[in-house]
Structure formats: C-alpha cells, structure tokens
Write a protein that binds this ligand. Sequence first.
Ligand code: PEP
Ligand code: MN
Length: 350
Amino acid sequence: MRPDLFTSLISGPCSAESLTQVLQTAEGLQGLPLSYFRAGIWKPRTQPGAFEGIGDTGLAWLVEVRKQFGFKICTEVATAEHVKAAVAHQLDMVWIGARSTVNPFTVQEIAEALQGTDIPVMVKNPVNPDLKLWLGAIERLERHQVKIIGAIHRGFSVYQKTKYRNNPHWQIAIDFKQARPDIPLIMDPSHIGGRAALIAPLAQQALDLHYDGLMVETHCSPADALTDAKQQISPAALIELLGNLAPHSKSDQLLAELSELRDKLSLIDDGLMELLQERMELSKQIGLLKRNHNSPILQVQRWEETLKSTIEKALDADLSPEFAEQFIKMLHEESIRIQLGLLSNKSNEA
Ligand code: PEP
Ligand code: MN
C-alpha cells in the first residue's frame, strides 16, 4: 500500500482466539504500515452462547504482538472493568463499539473510567442511524478529557436483508465530517460489508470519499474464525487489495473534486430508488385495502390536496413548481397503475 493513501490503518482479527492465531495474523500484516493491531477481547454478541471473547487472558497475547512485531495494540472496551484491564496492560488505544456508543449510560461509565488515563480512544458509530448520538458520545468523552483520535464508520443495523450487513448511510458519514472536521474519520468496511468480497470496493470508496483511514478485520485462517468469519480476510488478501487501490491523481484536482461530487450524487440517487421502492410498496398495500373494501382507486380530493401541498413544499425548498408537479404526477400515475393491476388480478381470480 502507498503509505500516503490513508493516515491510519488498523487491522487484526475480529476476536483474539489463541496466542498462535494473533501472532500468525500479526506476522502476516508485517508488510503494512499498520497504525494499530486490533483484536476483540470481550465480544458483544447478538445471541448468548456464541463465543463471547477470550477475556483478560487475550490482553497478554496483544502485549506479545506488540513485543514481537512492534505494532501498537488496541481493543474494544464496553465497561469500566474493561478499561481498567486495558490500562493495566498499557494498550495504545481502545475503541468504543457500536453497541456501546448507542447507550449514554455505557458511554458515561467508560468516560469516567478513562478520565485521568492518557489512553487515546476511537468511537464507532451507534448501531442506529443517529448522528447526534454519535456526536453526543464523543462530546461526553471529551467532557472527561478523553483524547479522541478517531471516529469509525461501521454502518447501521438493518432489518431487511440488503447488499451490506450494515447500511452505510453515507450521508451520515459526510455530515459527521462536516460537524467534526477535527476528528479523523475511519471506515470499517468489514462491518459495513459483512462479506469478504465487499472489502475491496468499500476500501476504494473510502479512498474516493476521503476517509482518513481503514479498520479491516483480518484472520490467519478466516474460514475458521470464531466470530465474523464471512467478513474476515487473510493478511495477504488485505495487502493485495490495498495494493490495488487506485488513488486520485493529485495533478488533476478538478477530476478528483468532480468525482467526489458525483459519488455523493450517486449515493443520493441510490437512496431515492430505495425510497421509491418503499413508496410503491405502500401504494400496493393501499391498493389492497381499497380492493378489499371496494373503494374507488382515484380519490380526487386527496389527490388535489397532495398536488397542492407538493407544489407548496417545492416552493419552500427552492425547487421549481413545474418540476414538482411533473414529478408528483408521475408518482401518482405509477401508483394508480399498480393499484389497477391489483384490481385486474382480482377480476381474473373471479
Ligand atoms: C468489532 O469491531 O469486532 C465489533 C464488534 O464491531 P462493531 O462494534 O462495529 O459491531
Ligand atoms: Mn467483528
């Protein structure tokens, strides 16, 4: 990897599983300008009974990685006890996981435990798409003089199955950068993607969207990993994919800026498509209700009100009323087409 691509690069296994596993993984990462070697010691699992982390024993393994390979070491902390243990082993950094950032009581507990230590901290986004909660967690830590050296974008929980394990909601990351330009923003493609195949395109996107760094889960034998096996890649695979990243040409500033803006535009367009799909799904549900109650499809008064309020909102939003009228008419037409389709199915059934 060109060392100038990202300011920070964090990698290592999702969980520390054995001394051999962490050492072998670290050995594989030796060729990289690693800022920190990571491994989860206490794992927040969705369901009980799964591997919940090796516990304090694993901290000594991380210390061994530091000793043998010279990497700085870090882990996730979620309680005051974790902080105490991490401080006792002189970890070089700790991060706060998505399931902790979401809870102000937990953040408060961690903030109090960290106060007075000089251990730097990174804060993952909360599991729910709430920028204020993310910023609030950071502020809570700062009020206890905790040194925040990075925020980690790891995506947001989803209910439906999607391409990504966690919805990136790119706009939240962009808004984060705007709200806290002083805090480096790092992407965690492993938890966003949830699949090994998505790490490379997401890492490229991190470069295109000017993230300051990456946190990527690597394992010496990904298929055997006790946690997050699908999304872990081997150190060799990480080295290869970082080598294939295409940096923007600095000489062509205009192209870089254009491509950044276009990326943002495409993200918004993707979001629009998802919203349209949701809208048409609702329209179908309304159609079914109308069909079951023999209610007419076109309800003129409701349509006139919708048209009028759309145009008013467009004017408030500095959009052309002609555009808004055309747009809402197209949506309405499509809804009617869908609802008529439901009716014709019914007459076919009869
Ligand atoms: C992790 O990094 O292994 C982890 C548990 O991450 P998150 O808090 O993003 O789920
Ligand atoms: Mn993980």
